[in-house]
Design a protein around this ligand. Structure first.
Ligand SMILES: C[S@@+](CC[C@H](N)C(=O)[O-])C[C@H]1O[C@@H](n2cnc3c(N)ncnc32)[C@H](O)[C@@H]1O
Length: 309
């Protein structure tokens, strides 16, 4: 047990000097992730009614002050996915920090928006909600089975403004230009790792292909799909600088992108300008890192960029 319980610590030890309050980060790995849902305002404007309905089924629901339409739910041992509120599309269970990339994207009605790695659609449906279903949204994913799940979510939530495509994002056809592109990239998911009973890391998927190479291909294609002045948001749920700052640094060396500041509703830390002796573009300080133990949700990295020409 002693040996096993050090597995998570071993894995994260390279981040010892990077993660603020590293001890409390390690402690948080043993805690279950808090549950949240987003109220789907395309189907209801009456949060009180939804909260009362869930309370009758034994849920304790608390609004999250900082993030509009998000609610924290307890306990975890009854399934939100088996409630009428879920089936009717009044709620969409998603972790709180998963709202951040769309927050940075700031989608508006009338815009043409591409969600390049969209399935199962947490962020696509959030975009549809924030634009009151009045944008044109293309939701793409390389996996048809996951697009099928996304389409089911669109139907359940009553979204009409989204069309779906199935391309490898790196090869998404050039031609149409977008006002905004979101790349919520496939990643190692370190921000969501938790310790199991024997100290093993849950959610640790072995045998990844070269994620940074895929992520670099995705971010460059996303940039090339923007109109001049268009906005790109790149996000991951990993701590790993090679999948975050190094990917954005690659784009900044290949293209004339501008890194933008944005106001986040949850506590964050600046992006890194150096990692393991390798310098990154100084503007990366405007990227934001969110750590699981500080926000009570999955750890995230989010950066907002503008296409110059
Ligand atoms: C982090 S998940 C996206 C979650 C989604 N944005 C949401 O909020 O529900 C990453 C997605 O990227 C997809 N993906 C992986 N490689 C891809 C590629 N080369 N091109 C497009 N999508 C890819 C995966 O199938 C997966 O659905």
């Amino acid at each position: 047990m002693e040996k096993a319980s050090s597995l998570a610590e071993d894995y994260f030890s390279r981040y010892q000097d990077l993660i603020p309050n590293y001890e409390s980060f390690l402690n948080a790995l043993s805690e279950p992730l808090p549950l949240y849902f987003r109220l789907n305002t395309l189907k209801t404007q009456d949060p009180d009614r939804v909260v009362r309905g869930l309370a009758r089924q034994g849920f304790e629901v608390t609004p999250v002050e900082a993030v509009p339409w998000f609610f924290r739910v307890e306990p975890r041992d009854i399934s939100l996915g088996n409630t009428d509120e879920y089936y009717l599309g009044l709620i969409y269970p998603m972790t709180l920090s998963s709202s951040l990339p769309v927050y940075a994207l700031d989608p508006r009605p009338g815009e043409i928006i591409l969600d390049l790695c969209a399935a199962p659609g947490s962020k696509t449906t959030q975009i549809a909600q924030l634009t009151e279903d009045q944008a044109i949204v293309v939701a793409n994913d390389k996996r048809l089975d996951r697009i099928t799940a996304l389409v089911a979510n669109l139907r359940r939530l009553g979204v009409a403004s989204v069309v779906t495509t199935v391309y490898r994002g790196e090869q998404f056809p050039l031609g149409t230009t977008f006002d905004k592109v979101l790349v919520d990239a496939p990643c190692s998911g370190e921000g969501r790792y938790r310790k199991g009973y024997e100290g093993e890391l849950l959610f640790h998927k072995e045998g990844h292909t070269n994620l940074p190479a895929i992520q670099k291909g995705l971010i460059v294609r996303a940039y090339d799909l923007l109109r001049p002045g268009g906005i790109l948001v790149y996000s991951t749920c990993t701590i790993n600088p090679e999948e975050n700052e190094a990917v954005v640094d690659y784009l900044l060396r290949k293209r004339q992108a501008e890194v933008l500041s944005w106001e986040a509703p949850l506590p964050s830390h600046p992006g890194l300008t150096e990692w393991e002796g390798k310098p990154f573009h100084p503007e990366l300080v405007k990227a934001k890192r969110f750590y699981a133990h500080e926000i009570g949700a999955v750890g995230f990295f989010v950066v907002k960029l503008r296409r110059q020409v």
